[in-house]
Design a protein around this ligand. Structure first.
Ligand code: SF4
Length: 219
């Protein structure tokens, strides 16, 4: 049973989890707001994809998880070199992050893009353990906020972590997929896999109905 699935919108392979772990440290979820990923998962509850998410949540805890991932990546065609980590779900602890760092080092011919909201895990790994992020792993700190506090920005910059934000006007977005009326996905763009700060996604789809709630919560 494969760990990665093909993400049609991104035209890339994707590793995803259910939210059983990350929801425990998600301030939105814990405060009664519905994160956008939860809305999507509700719709997909009994789908094969939802079952894959549950399976992956168990697999990432296995001792041989890295071996399984490395085997699967080695079997890919050479042009399959974009790997997205956590379109759904998020890091649940520092061990998950260490695994992806080691996997990235083992697969230098691939580009990894890991989105996370788990600043405490990043802080522990980078500041307390002195961890380093490999060149082919782009960590993108993502919040449903217009701005992040200055001290977080400084921490991210220091460690080469880039950022994504949600904007509510198309004109302010630099993401072709989220502005595209024809919903054609990323096509030839792979900016999110590069350490380009910053990507502004246009607030659309499920997020459209949640942005006001999120902003009220964070202000
Ligand atoms: S910036 Fe490019 S790679 Fe990132 S989501 Fe938008 S279209 Fe896709």
């Amino acid at each position: 049973m494969k760990i990665f699935s093909h993400n049609k919108k991104l035209n890339a392979l994707s590793f995803d989890l259910d939210i059983s772990q990350c929801s425990k440290s998600c301030e939105l979820y814990q405060s009664g707001l519905i994160p956008y990923c939860k809305q999507s998962l509700d719709r997909l509850f009994f789908s094969p994809f939802a079952l894959r998410l549950k399976r992956n949540s168990r697999k990432i805890k296995l001792d041989n998880f890295e071996k399984l991932v490395n085997q699967e990546l080695r079997g890919l065609r050479p042009n399959n070199n974009l790997i997205r980590l956590y379109s759904f779900g998020d890091l649940s602890n520092i061990e998950d992050l260490k695994k992806w760092v080691r996997i990235s080092k083992m697969n230098k011919n691939k580009l990894f893009w890991l989105s996370t909201r788990q600043d405490s895990i990043l802080f522990e790994y980078l500041e307390q353990l002195g961890g380093v992020i490999p060149q082919n792993l782009t960590i993108r700190y993502s919040l449903p906020l217009i701005d992040t506090p200055k001290f977080i920005d400084e921490f991210l910059k220091k460690h080469g972590i880039v950022k994504s934000q949600i904007v509510d006007k198309k004109i302010n977005s630099n993401c072709q997929a989220s502005k595209d009326n024809k919903n054609r996905g990323c096509r030839d763009c792979f900016k999110c896999w590069t350490k380009t700060d910053l990507i502004n996604y246009f607030n659309h789809g499920n997020m459209k109905h949640r942005l006001k709630d999120y902003l009220r919560f964070f202000k």
